[in-house]
Design a protein around this ligand. Structure first.
Ligand code: GSH
Length: 246
């Protein structure tokens, strides 16, 4: 196997899904940290068909997207498996993984919405990253990048408040998958790896962590992805979070 190269954005949750799955498979890889927005042109210039991370170069192939990466890793190295062999069980894991692929947009929107208001927490999300410029400088000069990313991801008040209003139902759904044994088993599967980093990104928000960490899904997220970087001080208007309270 040639050297694997994984293109990521620091604290990008699907990027972490890909990192965790490569680690699970024991496949060594070189991580390339990219700045958001700039990443798009960079990936295109390197021959990737799309503009998002995670993007993986493996044995000369270019595989983009966390759900494609999970399947490709199982194809090239079946053990340990990321999907159950039993077709019925596999369908459930695939369903949870696909749902998680969409769910990613909530923590993504929250993050850009919050960083647009205050860029100071940005440095904490880039901890340990090699961006080619000092992390502090990237955070200081990152205004245009944050503004563009917020725009690309439609991180508007309207969307963010609606996403918060339905977040409790999302957490209930994830907890139900844990109760049904679809995720949270002793051998993590592709849906565990898909969902845990999204939950961890949500848990970097001081506003949200108390509503997640004691739940089964919060515990699962900490177990699967113990070292997620970043910390976002309270930022959401209290009235947007009423439905999170029991
Ligand atoms: N659902 C895709 C989404 C990938 C995605 O949107 N990644 C974001 C980072 S979390 C990205 O590359 N955004 C480009 C940018 O920020 O400029 C996956 O799981 O791979």
């Amino acid at each position: 196997m040639g050297e694997a190269k994984l293109y990521v954005i620091p604290a990008s949750h699907p990027s972490r899904s890909a990192m965790l799955m490569l680690e699970r498979k024991g496949i060594p890889y070189k991580r390339v940290d990219l700045l958001p927005v700039i990443s798009k042109g960079y990936l295109r210039a390197r021959g990737f068909p799309g503009v998002t991370v995670p993007a993986l170069k493996l044995n000369g192939d270019r595989i983009q997207g966390s759900t494609r990466i999970s399947r490709e890793l199982d194809r090239i190295q079946p053990d340990p498996p990321l999907f159950p062999a039993d077709p019925e069980k596999r369908a459930k894991v695939e369903e949870a993984e696909a749902w998680g692929d969409e769910f990613q947009q909530k923590p993504r929107r929250f993050s850009w919405w919050a960083l647009k208001r205050d860029r100071a927490p940005l440095a904490s999300y880039s901890e340990g990253a090699r961006l080619g410029i000092p992390v502090g400088l990237a955070a200081k000069t990152g205004g245009p990048i944050v503004a563009l990313a917020a725009r690309f991801n439609a991180a508007t008040d309207e969307n963010v408040s609606a996403d918060l209003a339905s977040l409790r139902a999302d957490l209930d759904r994830i907890d139900a998958w844990i109760a049904d044994g679809v995720i949270g088993g002793p051998e993590p599967n592709a849906a565990d790896y898909q969902l845990a980093p999204s939950l961890r990104l949500l848990m970097t928000f001081d506003d949200l962590r108390p509503f997640i960490e004691a739940r089964p899904c919060g515990e699962l997220a900490k177990r699967i992805d113990p070292d997620f970087p970043g910390r976002m001080p309270p930022v959401f208007p209290a009235e947007w979070m009423t439905s999170l309270r029991p």
